[in-house]
Design a protein around this ligand. Structure first.
Ligand code: ADP
Ligand code: MG
Length: 459
């Protein structure tokens, strides 16, 4: 697509983005179009099919793990000694009222590796490498659906290659409506737990709007502090602003920043003490922790949760991950993973138990961070092999400016799974997210450093 796109087309695309509600707030509060790419990313039919087929198996894995509190506690409790955020989350268990109905809305993120010879853990040369699976706040279902409309229109009008259809918005909204109906009370609402200052507000508003238009279900949007201040329990139900909350959808609560005050923590405790269906519930949120992801790269542990055939397919997509004290085989003999990564920091990413971007360590910062770490802090981090994603040129459009940059694309597959006491009732893949960003974000340029929403075309 890129060669045909001229300045005029960029102007038109920006105006269409605004027309479709692809908006977000800039740090100064100004409203702008969300960053997007004008060059869809092409993917082979085989990689796309494998990624799509794996979604429901990954959802089922998350549901299984969420039912196994002992397993979660075994690996997460040691971290809570040095990580107050994780301790707070684990302590919520004491407030939890069991709600047997589970709804998981997840997004499983991958890169495609450029070197087909770079073997996965299974030793296969699959191009897929999982980055992480998001069990909480899997965002962009609205914005990415709108971008697919935009790309589709441009491709039809300019006779460019077809984009792969994408509409995760409708299934997410349908799932929310079903959960509200399953809760079984007339006139109940969905509560969206929001951060106090949310730049991605329009992505949420698009969901809320469709939930109202299609099902006449109202959404209350509250911060955790507001939930504490205005919420109460009545016969086990969570009551906010006089309404019964059937469904609580977290678009906050995944970072310590959301729990700065005691009131915010009490807000989450109040939710836990009610019978509202939480997307996700506490154990599903914990199942998405990076420590759990690392532990599951061990085939003997993975195989306790899935069949051999599925385990093999998962391992084909896994990059190597280690606890810092793991002893690993290296070209220099057996060494601790932290020792090896300190010597080869460009080959690794160091990750704490955090979500939402900006928390990981790359390159020299890995060596520095590990050198400063107290021994007991090591449990709270995992090392992940750096994925060398395939690069491609892309026209990135950020806040009114367009630039062509050598880029990498991260593809997420959205999955929805309903379960009752851990028994899966329905489970499907519902679409994709692509985020394209400049290969080296340290490069200058207006558009470098921004993840731009994108669509897929068939290679
Ligand atoms: P978060 O929960 O903060 O989103 P991620 O694990 O998704 O954490 O990491 C954030 C970003 O860092 C990813 O979107 C990706 O661009 C980059 N990243 C993470 N892990 C790797 C990896 N193993 N190799 C290369 N890049 C990575
Ligand atoms: Mg991520």
């Amino acid at each position: 697509m890129q060669t045909q796109v001229q300045n005029e087309s960029i102007e038109i695309a920006i105006e269409m983005a605004k027309l479709y509600g692809m908006l977000n707030y800039l740090p100064d509060g100004q409203l702008s179009h969300a960053p997007f790419s004008l060059s869809p990313y092409s993917i082979s039919a085989a990689d796309l099919q494998e990624m799509t087929e794996l979604t429901s198996y990954f959802s089922e894995l998350m549901i299984r793990i969420s039912q196994d509190w002992e397993f979660l506690a075994q690996y997460l409790s040691p971290i809570s000694k040095t990580d107050p955020f994780l301790k707070m989350l684990l302590d919520l268990r004491g407030h939890e009222v069991t709600q047997s109905k589970q709804l998981l809305v997840q997004r499983n993120d991958f890169f495609l590796v450029k070197d087909e010879l770079s073997n996965s853990l299974q030793g296969s040369s699959s191009a897929l490498r999982q980055v992480e699976l998001n069990t909480v706040s899997a965002s962009f279902p609205f914005l990415i659906t709108q971008l697919a409309r935009l790309h589709q229109t441009l491709s039809e009008q300019n006779k460019l290659e077809q984009i792969i259809p994408n509409n995760p918005l409708i299934p997410v909204v349908d799932a929310f409506a079903k959960a509200v109906q399953d809760y079984g009370l007339t006139d109940s609402v969905m509560m969206l737990v929001s951060q106090p200052a949310e730049s991605n507000r329009f992505d949420q508003l698009g969901l809320e709007q469709l939930l109202w238009e299609k099902y006449k279900i109202q959404t209350l949007r509250k911060t955790l502090t507001e939930i504490y201040e205005s919420g109460s329990l009545r016969e086990g139900h969570l009551i906010i602003a006089g309404k019964k909350v059937a469904l609580t959808y977290y678009r906050a609560g995944y970072t310590p920043d959301d729990f700065r005050t005691g009131e915010a923590q009490k807000g989450r405790q109040l939710i836990e003490a009610s019978s509202t269906i939480q997307v996700p519930n506490l154990p599903m949120q914990l199942a998405g922790m990076k420590k759990i992801q690392q532990v599951l790269t061990r085939p003997e542990i993975l195989s306790t949760f899935v069949t051999d055939a599925i385990s093999k397919r998962f391992l084909n997509t896994f990059a190597a991950m280690h606890a810092l004290d793991d002893i690993i085989e290296t070209p220099n003999g057996e060494l601790s993973a932290s020792e090896w990564a300190s010597r080869n920091p460009e080959k690794y990413v160091l990750k704490p138990q955090r979500e939402g971007g900006g928390n990981n360590y790359f390159g020299r910062d890995i060596t520095k961070k590990m050198a400063e770490m107290q021994p007991e802090e090591k449990d709270a981090y995992v090392l992940m092999e750096k994925i060398e994603a395939e690069t491609h040129p892309a026209i990135l459009v950020v806040n009114g400016y367009a630039e062509t940059l050598t880029s990498v694309s991260e593809i997420g597959r959205y999955g929805i799974c309903f379960a009752e006491n851990g028994v899966v009732e329905s489970n499907e893949d519902i679409g994709y997210l692509v985020r394209t960003k400049a290969e080296n974000v340290n490069e200058g340029g207006v558009c470098a450093g921004f993840a731009c929403l994108n669509s897929l075309t068939k290679a």
